[in-house]
Structure formats: C-alpha cells, structure tokens
Design a protein around this ligand. Sequence first.
Ligand SMILES: [Zn+2]
Length: 318
Amino acid sequence: MRLKRLLALAAGLMLTTVTAWAQQGPPQAAQMQVALTMDDLPVHGPLPPGLTRAEVAHRVLAAFKGAGVAEVYGFVNAKGLADEGDDAAQVLALWRQAGYPLGNHVYAHDDLHGHDVNAFTAAVTADEAALTQYMGPGSGKNTDWHWLRFPYLHIGETPEKRREVAAFLKDHGYRVAEVTLSFNDYIYNAPYARCMAKDDQAAVARLRKSYLDRAAESLTIGRQQAQAVYGRDVPHVMLLHIGGFETVMLPELLSLMKAKGVAFVPLAKAEADPIYATNPDTPSNGTGSLLDREMTARNLPQPAHSADPSTWLDGLCR
Ligand SMILES: [Zn+2]
C-alpha cells in the first residue's frame, strides 16, 4: 500500500511538471532586452508600386502592435514633410495615434561628419518645430521628444567635435539614442521596390531570407560584443528604418526576436544602463554602433559575420 501510494505521488508530481512544461514551454535562455527604434520618419527610400508613406506607417504600426510592443521611438527628419506633404504628415499623425513617441533625427538627415558643429546644431533645432507640433502637450502619452539619433550614426570625427555637440545636446535637454543592434535593414528597400515593379517574386524570396538571416546574426553579434566589451549582456537598442520592405518583414522579424528570447523594452529603460553614459573622449572615429565604437576603443577584434550583401542587392532586379 505504502509503495503504491508513493508511486501514485511520484506519477502525480511528474504529471504536474509535464503540464507546467507544456504550458510554459522549455526553460529559455536568459532574456535579451531590446528597445526598438525606427529612423527616417516620415520618408525613407523608394516604395514599390501602389504603396504610400501613410500605408507603410499603418502596416508597420500594426506589426508592432500585433507583437505587443509597448513603445517604438520614431526618429524624424522634418524635411520629409516639406518634400512629400500630406502623405508624409499622416505618417507622424498615425505614429502618435498609436501612442508611440517621436524623436529628433536632424532636419534633413544632416551628416555631422564633414560639416561644422554650428551647421549641424542649427539643423537639430530646425527639426524641433515638427516635434513640438506632434509631441506637444495634449498630443497624448509619451511626449518626451528630447532624444537625438545621429544620422548615419556619425557622432563626430574628433573628440573636440564630440565634446561640442555633447555640450549643445546637454544644454538643450537631449539624450543620445544610441544603437547597439543594426543589420542595415534599409539596404533592402531599393531592391524590394525594383523587384516588386518587375513582379520578380523569386528575387523577393531571396531578399526575405537574407534579411532574416542577417537580423538573427545581428542579435548574436550584439551579445558577443557586449560580452567582449562589458563581460555581460546589456539592454540593447535596435535600429530599424521605415521602408517598404519593413511592411513585409516586421511581423517575421518580431516573431524571430521573440523566439530568440527577446523582451521588448522602452528606450529610456534600456538606456538607464550605465553603458549608455558615453564619454566623448573615448578613442573613436565616431562611426558605427555604440558597441562597435567601444570595441574599436579597446582594440578588440570584431566577431565573425557574414559577407556584406550590398553589391548583390545593388545589382538585383535591374
Ligand atoms: Zn537615418
């Protein structure tokens, strides 16, 4: 009797364990925190036939919402409003209706490298009219637009330049929206528009595969770089761009990230980590992600990565 009862107890325990496993899935690797950010609102890259800027925003926002992403900063080049009018204006309106915030990506996507600091800071200021229009009081939640994303991730070629810009940003209440994860998602937009115009679905399938492979690789590289520089994983910030191909790829990208243990977090939460208190005097040529720059500063070898697909992409669907 006693043995029988013990066996029944053991079977019950196993059943409970198996049921819990089935409900929760197998134990996961440690979660990777990632803040998603999207650059070049409202106008980025060529579009395939029939797609408008507003429709791109609508589909991109639906993908983020569908994946339960609570916050995605959209970084604005206000010149796009002057260039493309109401279609572009709808992008920013839709972004705000979704409850997502906007930040500064400099008026005309001005490049700090090769230009003087005064011209650059004037272009930062020129972006602010649009930000206050869409992010002012009464515009809903998430109204902190004082985040700057450097165009081309160029933070200044010299320590002097980096110090001057850092002083300007501090005076004007800005924080820098750093990037630790990027796979140059924007390079797929022009070939995607060309391949759709030719209705070359086989080529589009190859684009999709390359995009997802490189997205997955960027997560691995980000983790490896964080280990190499800081000896630990860190909360990450991923750079994406608001292009036509994202309307196709975002649902798959977000599922892939979730499957790899990513938890989506707000930008301010990720950047609360001390690694984001960067020093303008860190030896650097001012290019690449935060992790790229820190690797360079420490003379660390970059992790292995797949070949750059740019040449293949440039020749596709011509
Ligand atoms: Zn940009």
